[in-house]
Each structure stands twice: as structure tokens, then as C-alpha cells.
Design a protein around this ligand. Structure first.
Ligand code: SR1
Ligand code: MG
Length: 402
């Protein structure tokens, strides 16, 4: 294995020829393009222009810093190991729902995986008014299988503790701790606050002391509840869709944390899409909002059905108790509501936003929709302990329909 160096389109060719000599006979036949548009890494698309039988590859390399900000924000390269390990672990239970990994080089902080560029990012589909009806079933199953099998409910206790160790991811968790659980609640430099939104934040949102207390509790739970292997960044642009296929990718934030957090990322980002439908799909905003509500409802029900089935078979007889199963689900639902709220709020004015807001040109329209998202997120956080069912949670969401 080579010593770490940052690759470019040219050196990727040398690297591929070295590790996969059979991939391409002539260096000039290799085509390499940097296609990364994320906040953290380099992503190269590699193909053999002379041999269509050779699959296009994606090479993802972690930089020693945050790409979005630059060298002033150093970042561990170990995230590359974590990402490939997490994908491999998740593929044990759901091989069809994560990208295939062909090769890993931890020294170079990179791995090679299948090319999914014929897929679409789920968030953009929804913004364009496109529905993917199978998504709820797949995400629900993915979460149920992975949460059960990576937790003490479905894994030997000693083995699970070793897994927790393997996925200790302090630097990436710190990003989440700061960007999701602290900064949006204060006037800090890294936030992205427009003049149109500032008065609401100063006079209202940043004054919400009860909300801050509840978010502090959610933050503490995030930092201290090593329950299951999480994706850690499972928003609607970490999910690719094509026809009836779904691929969940970008697992570099993976770690052992509370199950409700991944759900919260998915649902929170769906709600940003929900709130902005009146801008993106004026003619069918109501239809799309109903669809998003249905996706949340169906994802939860699919999860609940499969997870309870698995829990009933848990080897530890304490965990298969019916009373335990009921308490578990009730607690999880409240946690999900809380993390749905925090995940929506952080994308409104924190560092690293979402296309649902970026691309709205009129600042007043954008601020009004952002205020809606902040109020919806807050309400979910504050009311979370009262929810008895997903429908109770969705009743709050329905109040924000146009
Ligand atoms: C500095 S990283 C900002 C965000 O990008 C990633 O995709 C995560 O969502 C992180 O919070
Ligand atoms: Mg990401």
C-alpha cells in the first residue's frame, strides 16, 4: 500500500494501473474526471474508454481537511475506513441497498465502489415533483435490519462492544455535535443568516430557552447512547434512487449512536422538502406534501413491522418480552420526533444547507419558508414525549401544509 498523497485526475490513472493492471491496457484509454460536489471529499469517476465491458468505477478519497472550508479545518482521514467498513457491515443484511465496494486502501484513505451516476439524488426527485413509491419500504427495511443486527438486541454483547470500538468516529461526530446540536441555537459566525431571516432569529428563535434545553438533552443522548450502527448522515442527498432501486451511500459519519438519529435525518430532510413544495411544485404542492407525509408514515410502519418481528426472536429473553418491545417503540418514536426537529432546523441557517433553500432566489420568500421549517422543527422537539403513534407526529406536520 502506498503512503498517503492527495490524488488528482492524473495520479488516479497511475494508481488504477498499479492496483488493477487488468482494468486498462493503455494509460491513454483511462478517462478520469473529478465529480465530487460534497462537503468533505474528492470523488473521481474512472472508466476504460476502449472497453465498455469494464465497469465504470468511483474512487472516493478523504482529504485531510474539510473540502467545504479548506485547510483551516483539518479532518481525520480515518473517515474513509469508517465509511467502507460501515458499507460492508450494512451490506451483510441489505446488500442491495448500499453501493458495492471493490477495493479499499486505508493508507491512501480511499476506496473504489460501483458507479451510481445513472441514479438520481432523492431530494432532487422530490423537488422536481417525482415520487418514488418504493422508498419507504426499502428505507424502513434497511433501518430495521441494520439497527436490530448491530445492537444488543440482535448481536452478542461482547461482539457488539468490539463493533462500538471499531466505529468510534470522534471528529465526524464533533461536526454533528456542533453543526446540528449547538450552532443553530446561537448567533455564531459559521451560521448562514440572511438579512430577511435575522430579525426572526434574534427576536424569537434564539430566545427559545425551553427549546434549547430539549435540544441539549437530545445532544447528550446523541453523545452517550451507543445503541446501534448508524449511517450518521442519512439525509435525502445520501440516498440514490432509480426505478425500483435505492442505494444509501456516504456512510463516513457512521458510528454507534441512538437509532432515532438516522430516522430524524431522513424525516427532517423530507420535511424541508415538504415545506418548500409550495415553491418547487406550485401546481401540485398539496399532492407532493401528502406524498411526503405518506413516505414518513410508510417508512415508520415498515420499520416497526420488521423490527418488532426481529425483536420477538431476540435471543436475550428480556429483549423479546412483549412489554419491552412496546416500551422500546414508544421511546424510539419520541426520539425520532426530536431528531427530526433538530435535523430540519440545522439546515435552515446552520453551516451546510440544502438545495431546497439554496435555489430560492427571493430572500423574503425563502425566509418565510425557513421560518415555517424552524417552527415545525421546534414543535416536533417540544411535543415529542406526547406522541403515541406516528400519526400524532404527522398531525403536527399536517398543520404546516399549505
Ligand atoms: C463540514 S461538513 C457539513 C455537513 O456535510 C455533511 O454532509 C454533513 O451533513 C455535515 O454535517
Ligand atoms: Mg455527506
Amino acid at each position: 500500500m502506498a503512503e498517503y498523497k492527495i490524488l488528482d485526475s492524473n495520479s488516479v490513472k497511475d494508481y488504477i494501473l498499479k492496483i488493477m493492471p487488468d482494468y486498462c491496457a493503455e494509460r491513454d484509454d483511462l478517462k478520469v474526471e473529478e465529480v465530487g460536489d460534497g462537503n468533505l471529499n474528492l470523488v473521481f469517476k474512472v472508466n476504460n474508454s476502449k472497453d465498455a465491458a469494464k465497469k465504470t468505477l468511483i474512487l472516493k478519497q478523504a482529504l485531510p481537511y474539510v473540502r467545504l472550508v479548506g485547510k483551516d479545518w483539518p479532518m481525520t482521514r480515518d473517515r474513509s475506513r469508517i465509511e467502507s467498513e460501515a458499507i460492508k457491515t450494512q451490506s451483510k443484511y441489505c446488500p442491495d441497498y448500499v453501493p458495492e465496494i471493490f477495493f479499499t486502501d486505508n493508507e491512501m484513505s480511499l476506496f473504489l465502489m460501483e458507479d451510481l451516476s445513472d441514479y438520481n439524488l432523492y431530494a432532487y426527485n422530490l423537488m422536481q415533483g417525482e415520487k418514488n413509491d418504493y422508498i419507504a419500504e426499502i428505507v424502513g427495511e434497511f433501518l430495521a435490519e441494520n439497527f436490530f443486527h448491530s445492537s444488543d438486541l440482535g448481536m452478542d454483547a461482547k461482539e457488539k462492544k468490539n463493533e462500538v470500538k471499531k466505529f468510534i468516529n470522534p471528529d465526524l461526530c464533533k461536526i454533528t455535535e456542533d453543526l446540528i446540536f449547538t450552532e443553530p441555537y446561537f448567533d455564531v459566525e459559521r451560521n448562514n443568516v440572511s438579512d430577511a431571516l435575522r430579525p426572526f432569529l434574534e427576536e424569537d428563535f434564539w430566545q427559545r430557552d425551553e427549546l434549547k434545553t430539549e435540544v441539549a438533552k437530545l445532544k447528550y443522548n446523541f453523545m452517550n447512547h451507543a445503541e446501534a450502527l448508524l449511517h450518521g448522515d442519512m439525509h435525502t442527498r445520501s440516498i440514490f434512487v432509480k426505478d425500483d432501486s435505492v442505494k444509501i451511500f456516504d456512510q463516513e459519519f457512521a458510528f454507534y449512536g441512538p437509532m432515532g438519529f438516522d430516522f430524524g435525518l431522513f424525516f427532517g430532510n423530507l420535511l424541508l422538502n415538504f415545506v418548500t413544495q409550495e415553491y418547487w411544485n406550485k401546481d401540485k404542492a398539496v399532492e407532493m406534501q401528502d406524498h411526503i407525509i405518506e413516505v414518513i408514515n410508510d417508512t415508520w410502519h415498515k420499520f416497526e413491522e420488521r423490527f418488532l418481528e426481529l425483536m420477538a426472536q431476540a435471543e436475550d429473553r428480556m429483549y423479546s418480552l412483549e412489554s419491552m418491545r412496546n416500551v422500546f417503540i414508544k421511546h424510539l418514536l419520541a426520539e425520532i420526533a426530536g431528531y427530526t426537529g433538530t435535523s430540519a432546523i440545522r439546515r435552515v441557517h446552520g453551516l451546510a444547507g440544502v438545495p431546497e433553500f439554496w435555489d430560492i432566489e427571493d430572500e423574503k420568500t425563502k425566509a418565510d419558508l425557513k421560518i415555517k421549517a424552524l417552527n415545525l422543527g421546534s414543535e416536533l422537539i417540544l411535543k415529542r414525549e406526547k406522541f403515541e403513534s406516528i400519526d400524532d407526529l404527522l398531525d403536527v406536520v399536517r398543520k404546516y401544509k399549505i
